[in-house]
Ligand binder design. Structure first.
Ligand SMILES: [Zn+2]
Length: 148
């Protein structure tokens, strides 16, 4: 599979590793290696829209952060052809805003080749503006493969 850059006006296309390098270099995307089914935390900050997650077994995911009027909409997609349906992938995002207000989303991961840009995901975690500090937001992430 060839990986294409989702940014409008950019014609980059290349291998997975060149693609990750491209996102890191041109869009200051952060790269993180993780294990499926393990919870870890990432820091979302106001200057970064994309974060690359590369699993130890070589699945590539993007955490996409969109700025909206209401706050930050955060979702996870898997970069693979949409017709590939196995293994089934799910993700969980959670955030403790304060002692009383906890957010949590658990849903299926959409697959995309990014050839039409960043997908308009139907599912996302909405972090209300009042909790989107410029210093960043600590988000817990877990990506499950073959969930039982
Ligand atoms: Zn690009």
């Amino acid at each position: 599979m060839r990986f294409v850059c989702p940014k409008q006006g950019c014609s980059f296309e290349g291998s997975k590793h060149k693609f990750i390098y491209h996102l890191a270099k041109h869009y200051s995307a952060l790269i993180r290696v993780f294990g499926h089914d393990e919870q870890f935390s990432v820091k979302l900050c106001s200057s970064r829209d994309i974060m690359c997650l590369l699993s130890e077994d070589n699945f590539l995911y993007l955490i996409i952060r969109k700025i909206t009027e209401l706050g930050w909409a955060v979702s996870v997609v898997c970069v693979r052809p949409p017709e590939v349906s196995k293994p089934e992938l799910r993700y969980e995002l959670s955030l403790k805003c304060d002692e009383e207000f906890h957010l949590r989303l658990e849903t299926r991961i959409e697959s995309t080749t990014l050839s039409d840009g960043l997908p308009e995901d139907k599912h996302f975690l909405m972090i209300p503006s009042e909790f989107c500090s410029s210093g960043g937001v600590e988000l817990n992430v877990c990506i499950r493969k073959n969930p039982v």
